[in-house]
Write a protein that binds this ligand. Structure first.
Ligand code: S3P
Length: 441
């Protein structure tokens, strides 16, 4: 795997008609949680379809550093021998969580309850991201976390115990919700989280699969502390957030047709399907089934030409990671697309509103950033150079844009694609994208 420190670029030549079947890698959110909950359970958890991207490997290494035996049976199969809620041991060094916001926010919840201290560090991007949203509610539960003005590194001090709280989160964030629920497993009494829109509910589903009693309804989750998790088998669906780049590819090229295999279609994640359908893409869900507690289907996408829309702000939470793809779809659509209510995009791996608007403008598209979204007028993408700012999803979205550009698009700084989508270039090439990876010169 490419170390994230080496700089890599892609040159993507214009044209191509997406065709064939693709199985994108495992779901990132579910993969992280399988390691975390498997580690805290008693007994064995076998994970299949695990995402072997750098983010999830950071989580895996962090739990190994805290004494959990995690065996890699293959690139995508893990065997986790859980140590129980109170079995983690003090790590000998700082826990390096790389680029992964999910690792840092979820782990801060469960580490805040331990009898040993820990320090969580990340790369430059992760060290810029807001952590007060987890530090403050954890402090109300009795945790002690020192930060650099609300940012990583996070120094977590040992505590005797935590107290359950009712947390009303201002943002719809599964990372915040999950952090508090994981701390709640260790707390006295009930811990609950409410949020303005329902964020992804993988933690709630997986906790239930591990035998935890929990109340979950739209926008609220609650559990009582002290419940023991019991190891189980976790089959991980393909990641809809990775599949989204291929949906985009087929959607922007009239006459194309692809089938994506085994994609997780948890209703808290399917906003991108609703948005692309509203723009005119033909998307069919084939053979719906479940993997563990998660709904899955194959997805057929046919390109029919897209039109601009006002994206329903109610879809923002369920499409939060897919907006880079939506920005490129908007650039390839007829007419104007308006995105609003999406200010959270500014605190992702990059400021995704600015990074995407700057990239589209440099490719000749009329696009304007607003505080909580953007206005994008569809047009002819021309060739050019894109700075992905080390943001994996920005890089993959612009790569697909080359299917509709008049000249080659060079995308700088793509090594971080390995955080969520190892072997992206090979899969995109097999689908029909003329993508050439090279070491930066
Ligand atoms: C994630 C939650 C989302 C998402 C991230 C993964 C998770 O973040 O953007 O890629 O696994 O819980 P927020 O909770 O900050 O919205």
């Amino acid at each position: 795997m490419t170390p994230a420190s080496e700089r890599f670029d892609w040159t993507v030549s214009p044209g191509g008609k997406p065709a064939g079947q693709v199985r994108v890698p495992g779901d990132k959110s579910i993969s992280h949680r399988s390691v975390m909950l498997g580690s805290l359970a008693t007994g064995r958890t076998d994970v299949t379809g695990f995402l072997d991207g750098e983010d999830c490997l950071c989580t895996m290494k962090a739990f190994q550093a805290m004494g959990v035996s995690i065996e890699r049976l293959s690139d995508t199969s893990l065997r986790v021998d859980g140590v129980g809620l109170h079995g983690l041991t003090a790590p000998a060094h700082d826990l390096d969580l790389g680029n992964s916001g999910t690792s840092m926010r979820l782990m801060s919840g469960l580490l805040a309850a331990q009898k040993f201290p820990s320090t969580l560090v990340g790369d430059a991007s992760l060290s810029r991201r807001p952590m007060r949203r987890v530090i403050d509610p954890l402090a109300r539960m009795g945790a002690h976390i020192d930060s650099q003005d609300g940012k990583a590194p996070l120094h977590i001090r040992p505590v005797a115990g935590l107290q359950g709280i009712a947390h009303a989160s201002k943002v719809a964030s599964a990372q915040v919700k999950s952090c508090i629920l994981l701390a709640g497993l260790y707390a006295q009494g009930e811990t609950s989280v409410t949020e303005p829109e329902a964020s992804r509910d993988h933690t709630e589903r997986m906790l239930q699969a591990f035998g935890v009693q929990l109340e979950a309804s739209h926008g609220r989750a609650a559990l009582r502390g002290g419940q023991q998790l019991v190891g189980t088998a976790i089959p991980v669906p393909a990641d809809i957030s990775s599949a989204a780049f291929f949906m985009l590819a087929a959607a922007i090229v009239p006459g194309s047709e692809i089938v994506l295999r085994d994609v997780g279609i948890n209703p808290t994640r399917t906003g991108v399907i609703d948005i692309l359908r509203a723009m005119g893409a033909e998307i069919e869900l084939l053979d719906p089934r479940t993997f563990g507690g998660e709904p899955v289907s194959d997805i057929r996408v046919r390109g029919r030409g897209l039109r601009g829309i006002a994206v329903d702000p109610a879809l923002v939470a369920s499409a939060i990671d897919e907006f880079p793809a939506v920005f490129v779809a908007a650039a390839c659509a007829e007419g104007e697309t308006l995105i609003s209510g999406a200010e959270e995009l500014r605190v992702k791996e990059s400021d995704r509103i600015q990074t995407m608007v700057d990239g589209l403008v440099s490719l000749g598209i009329d696009a304007v950033a607003t505080p909580d979204g953007a206005r994008i007028r569809g047009g002819q993408l021309r060739g050019g150079e894109i700075n992905s700012h080390g943001d994996h999803r920005v890089a993959m979205s612009f790569a697909m844009g080359a299917l509709r550009s008049s000249g080659p698009i060079r995308i700088l700084d793509v090594a971080n694609v390995n955080t969520s989508f190892p072997r992206f270039a090979e899969k995109a090439q097999a689908m029909g994208l003329a993508i050439a990876p090279h070491r930066a010169t």
